[in-house]
Design a protein around this ligand. Sequence first.
Ligand SMILES: *Cc1c(COP(=O)(O)O)cnc(C)c1O
Length: 488
Amino acid sequence: MQFIETRGNDGIKPQSVTFSQAILSPSASFGGLYVPTALPSLDKAFLESHLSSHYKVLALDFLQKFGIDIDKEVIQAALDRYDAFDDASNPVPLAKIEEDCFVSELYHGPTRAFKDMALQPFGYILSKLAQQKNENYLIMAATSGDTGPATLETFKNQDNIKVACLYPDGGTSDVQRLQMVTEDGKNLKVIGVKGNFDDTQNTLKALLASEDFKKELQDRGIKLSAANSVNFGRIIFQIIYHIHSYLELVRKGEIQMGEKIYLVVPSGNFGNALGAYYAKKAGLPIEKILISSNINNILTDWITKGEYDLTTRTLIQTESPAMDILKSSNVERIMFDKFGPVRTKELMEALERDGKYQLTDAELEMLRKDFDASFSDDVTCETVIGKYAKKGYIMDPHTATCIRAYEKLRDKPLKTVIYSTAEWTKFSPTVAKSLGKSVEGDIEALQWVSEHAHVRIPEMIHALFAKPIVHQVVVEKDSIKGEMLDFL
Ligand SMILES: *Cc1c(COP(=O)(O)O)cnc(C)c1O
């Protein structure tokens, strides 16, 4: 399988690259992204033959069908990382919360957010590729709270990879911050940045674009890669759990094979939703993908009005911080798929130049064939969390945004899977508040919710509060380069 570029080719980069090339060097011509030239078919025969497959078998067969240029043994070892999830026999359990609504729990990995689903195997593969090529890579990540811990965790003490992780100071929960600042590993650096997530991401982009930083890396023999969802190595693993959720519904007798379902995806950078889109395009029977946001609802405008406008918005901090994003990177891959490289380049350049663009009516219609969207504010989410807690199900604030989409956006009475992207333990003060108790810190909130709602706190969350803090640095934006050079 070859990969091409969303904004077309500049005549300098190769016309197409392999999977391993696309994941080692994810930056494409004109600032675009890599996309596959085709998708493997998820036809009835493939689905039927995996009805009783373990998650890892489904994943291996899918990846091989994709034709990625990674040795089978390496893929297998990468997928073995799912053995460390809560239930090795099923890393992604499906819970029923309504007669026709199910929660696919993507957070049973080491850092309690869905980022582990992709980053765990991806980290293994990237490090193995670097070793095989005898090259050294730097991964720099800007995180709003979940990518950081998951990136550090997957690359910790892996050879030939160094990781530097930037987080907005004050923009993450205590648990998320502790997951990063207590993570020791000789190849890891964590830096708090004064500003919000968009500031942090912009600082990182500026650093990565700066010629003298590139030269410093070159002098040290270090290449740059990326572990955010611009890297297709993340996206490929985010197609698989959508297939798994569908098969779970069939296995449980909730649907017949071939019956359509709705998916509800709480979205930020749109990687999870893109995985769902590729699964649908490849043949998984999905009626529509319903995108949910918080009040940073730029994706709602994009999907309901065809408008993407940064000029009228400032980022608002919410109780679902992993979705506090305005520049959503994977929207570009959808546009490439629907409108082609010329139009995608035009639209993305308009966004960079004018801060906005508007799709035509025909383009909007194409988008709405696969997607619809809505959003929830914090108060609505708290109400949702409280309502489901009474019924015995505890969900985190990101997951809670999905309920409105489930209630309002479906035109047909089809079974629906909503994605739970984080465990409640990462956002316990909000969950406690939703259950009627106002508490300040995470420790107190964790204990109160655990006792009050009779839910377990996993050991790795408990352990965080006793671990020594190994990364103390919080700096202004312009001091980051110096910190980085010290680290390298
Ligand atoms: C990353 C994240 C999201 C957003 O996922 P995207 O793939 O970036 O759209 C939603 N919820 C949680 C908890 C996350 O960590």
